[in-house]
Design a binder for this molecule. Structure first.
Ligand code: ADP
Length: 151
């Protein structure tokens, strides 16, 4: 018997959840793609956030549903408008790495009021996008934590 309280055990358990165990597949779009294509990809892939990459597949930006809505209510021709014009761009992108704690990612989602983060890997050319963690990821962990509750 360790003498630890239920709350200490729960904290220990939560701090074992790492990004790589729960990350999902990232949906990426080239920065030269049009806003029209980005909207199509968002529907086809059923995601709320797209990661924008350059020719080396390295992260240059993020596009959310509202970014696309904002562009869509403008007067522009969406198939002639490159997605890099409307994206939130580096270095203002919050990212995470595979060995980060899911708890730290959850704090970023709350503090920055965003829906997801790209999981990246450092390469000589920049940050390669290898996964994604979203509010859905955190919700799944929350449910799992309570479903196989051994405390
Ligand atoms: P929505 O805008 O559809 O509600 P978000 O809350 O995720 O979706 O996005 C809010 C704003 O933050 C958008 O302009 C988006 O481009 C930007 N954003 C989304 N994810 C990130 C991120 N990981 N790092 C920085 N900015 C982000």
């Amino acid at each position: 018997y360790t003498g630890k309280t239920g709350s200490e055990l729960l904290t220990e358990k939560i701090k074992k959840y790492k990004v790589f165990e729960y990350q999902s597949v990232p949906i990426v779009v080239q920065e030269s793609a049009s806003v029209y294509d980005a909207i199509s990809t968002m529907f086809l892939e059923d995601v709320g956030t797209l990661f924008i990459v350059d020719d080396n597949s390295c992260l240059t930006g993020v596009v959310s549903r509202k970014d696309l809505l904002r562009a869509a209510i403008g007067k522009q021709d969406l198939s002639a408008l490159p997605v890099h014009i409307i994206m939130t761009r580096m270095p203002n992108i919050t990212v995470c790495m595979k060995d980060d704690l899911l708890f730290d990612v959850a704090k970023h989602l709350i503090n920055k009021q965003i829906d997801g983060l790209p999981v990246v890997k450092e390469t000589s050319k920049g940050l390669e996008v290898v996964g994604r963690v979203t509010k859905t990821t955190i919700t799944k962990v929350f449910v799992e934590l309570i479903s196989d509750n051994h405390i």
